[in-house]
Design a protein around this ligand. Structure first.
Ligand SMILES: Nc1nc2c(ncn2[C@@H]2O[C@H](COP(=O)(O)OP(=O)(O)OP(=O)(O)O)[C@@H](O)[C@H]2O)c(=O)[nH]1
Ligand SMILES: [Mg+2]
Length: 324
């Protein structure tokens, strides 16, 4: 730690008092992973548990940020505060997306009831899937009741992250094939609500029929997992803030349904289990790296090379060292 830098607990106390810079610092620690993220996690966990998360995902350019901006306005008009995490996938090709988000959401930049943060986890393996729930937990612990998480719905990790919200909204556009793309990307399975954004363009009805059909095909399994919830399909024109109230109503209807049927609790438990498993896997991996180095490792590798021992038995010996 650099001299004079505030400790995580000091930052946390400041953030609780409304210090936005402290909040941003804490999120940076989460983003970076490692010991700092752990400290933040220890502070957040006991204080979290009151937020509701809405995942917003879809193809690049589908209008997620424009929708988010419109949802923020909708919530603010009702007097609610909101936090937004725009999760930027590690790919360097999407570097421009962050800037785009900032520009589009700038309307809300000076509103103290709105907190917007882009999150990138470039460079560390699996960073996104661990950093996102930790960032959500931090914002939850700091008193945010509504947390919107925007992710680009390409790539397995991104879709997984999107599917981890309490309510997941999948955004498509009108036009032949867009719903097919959504299906291919695995977005069909994670959708609690569908939005056909850019409904000012032709082909809305056709897309609606396509989606309907695919939802019916994905069938009973999905319906069962969601306790009979019927996924609504909401047309919107985000650029003109049209359909935003209907979208928000659909989110609330899903929340109420998931709460009443126990789906919400089940999902949250499942999600935590997955996170825990991932934390354990990551730590085991780091332990393995520690163990698989040094004199003993070199000697064992020599033995395998000389065929004095087979690789599996050698691995058993190394694993015994991990356990120790
Ligand atoms: N015609 C039309 N254009 C829209 C609508 N909503 C958004 N757009 C435009 O679509 C473009 C992409 O919008 P964004 O909100 O940045 O889309 P995004 O899904 O967040 O994009 P990425 O974060 O880069 O994946 C922008 O030029 C918007 O102005 C709409 O309802 N109708
Ligand atoms: Mg965006």
């Amino acid at each position: 730690m650099t001299p004079g830098a505030r400790r995580p607990d000091e930052l946390f106390a400041a953030a609780e008092g409304g210090d936005r810079a402290a909040k941003a610092r804490l999120l940076s620690l989460v983003e970076r992973g490692g010991e700092g993220a752990r400290d933040v996690g220890r502070l957040s966990a006991p204080r979290a548990g009151n937020a509701y998360t809405i995942g917003l995902t879809g193809a690049p350019g589908a209008g997620k940020s424009t929708l988010t901006s419109a949802l923020i306005a909708h919530l603010r008009a009702a007097g609610d505060e909101v936090a937004v995490l725009a999760v930027d996938p590690s790919s360097p090709f999407t570097g421009g997306a962050i800037l785009g988000d900032r520009v589009r959401m700038q309307d809300h930049a000076t509103d103290p009831g709105v907190f917007i943060r882009s999150m990138a986890t470039r460079g560390h393996l699996g960073g996104l899937s661990l950093a996102t729930p930790e960032a959500i937990r931090l914002l939850d612990a700091l008193g945010h009741r509504w947390i919107i998480v925007e992710t680009v719905g390409v790539g397995q990790v991104e879709v997984e992250v999107a599917g981890k919200a309490d309510t997941t909204v999948v955004v498509v556009n009108p036009g032949w094939g867009d719903s097919v793309q959504a299906n291919k990307a695995g977005l069909m399975e994670v959708a609690d609500v569908f939005v056909i954004n850019k409904a000012d363009r032709a082909g809305v009805e056709q897309t609606q029929r396509d989606l309907q059909q695919m939802l019916e095909l994905s069938g009973e399994g999905a319906a069962l997992a969601n306790a009979g919830w019927t996924v609504p399909i909401i047309p919107t024109v985000a650029a003109r803030a049209e359909g935003i109230a209907a979208l928000w109503d659909a989110v609330i209807a899903h929340r109420d349904h998931a709460t009443a049927t126990g789906v919400l609790e089940r999902r949250r438990r499942f999600r935590l289990g997955e996170e825990l498993r991932e934390i354990v896997a990551r730590r085991l991996e780091l332990r393995a790296r520690d163990v698989c180095t040094g004199e003993r490792w070199d000697a064992l590798t020599d033995d395998v090379l000389a065929r004095d021992i087979d690789p599996w038995s050698a691995a058993d010996q190394m694993l015994a060292a991990v356990d120790a």
